[in-house]
Ligand binder design. Sequence first.
Ligand code: NAP
Length: 315
Amino acid sequence: MDQPAPERIRLGSSELMVSPLGVGTNTWGFILKANPALKDTFETALSLGINFFDTAEVYQFHGSELTLGQFLPAARGSHSNSPVVETKIFPLPWRLSAKSLLPALRASLARLKMDDVDIYMIHFPLPPVSIEAWMDAFAGAVEQGLVRAVGVSNYNAEQMKRAYSALEKRGIRLAVNQVEYNLLKREPEQNGLLALCQSLGVTLIAYHPLASGLLTGKYTRESPPPSGRRSLEINRAAIVRVQPLVATLKQIGEAHAGKTPGQVAINWLMCKGALPIPGAKNLKQLQSNAGALGWRLAPSEVTSLDAAADAVCKR
Ligand SMILES: NC(=O)c1ccc[n+]([C@@H]2O[C@H](COP(=O)([O-])OP(=O)(O)OC[C@H]3O[C@@H](n4cnc5c(N)ncnc54)[C@H](OP(=O)(O)O)[C@@H]3O)[C@@H](O)[C@H]2O)c1
């Protein structure tokens, strides 16, 4: 019997159709060195119906794009579930004009081994180049056939409106805004960004959906992360504070045939209308994150998670 077709959502109003869950690749490759072991992770994502990959020129100092570039040529076109790729230009301080976009884009395309990229986005709304000047340069890249859709990242509602209008003047619709969003960081819901994305038809892509692993429940007071993995976000106090939320994630997961806390946390984002891109370092993490697909939390469960997250954030 044929496999059921994987679920697909449209990125903004572009022609790009992707799985409701992507793969974040900011740990792929290491300082200009690609890691061939990730081929299995990449191919397994496609075989599980996940066709959306997020990267950026700055991830691993080009290593992430180089790693994807090892796998993409064979997968694009030939695979029934052809990968859709987004990459980003970083407004580095020495990029003093939007003319720097085309050389950066061409370098990314060379690393990715692609003739054009599905989504090209600006990584941060940093000076000195104005939002309007960047968007004009993005529009030029679309017109040259090098980019299929345009995105922004870390843009607040006002900045996104400016980007949207600047592109609209060139007849292009902004496709996506990628921002930090998870159960412990709910600003996009609270500051109107998510609602604005929905009203403008821009897909909100949620990065950091697992809060670096905190929401998987793998860290407890008794089993903290190894010292090299500790950070401002993952510290003893945060691990203790998050436990009641992890308990709610576990309890809800049990009612869904034993879904894990991480899978429930990712599914919560999909229920909010966001497209999560959990970072998977290896095959095991990818397979686990893919378990967030193919089912949905009930509205009452989303409400319970909202309340549990609020309680943790107020502590
Ligand atoms: N636009 C931006 O400014 C921006 C910023 C940050 C990230 N991003 C993008 O968003 C993606 C995701 O964000 P993120 O990687 O920072 O945060 P994340 O998805 O919340 O956390 C990913 C980390 O959690 C752990 N993990 C992942 N899956 C797991 C699983 N199933 N079970 C247990 N642990 C698991 C892994 O770290 P350990 O194995 O070390 O625990 C992994 O590196 C990135 O890859 C990148 O593509 C974008």
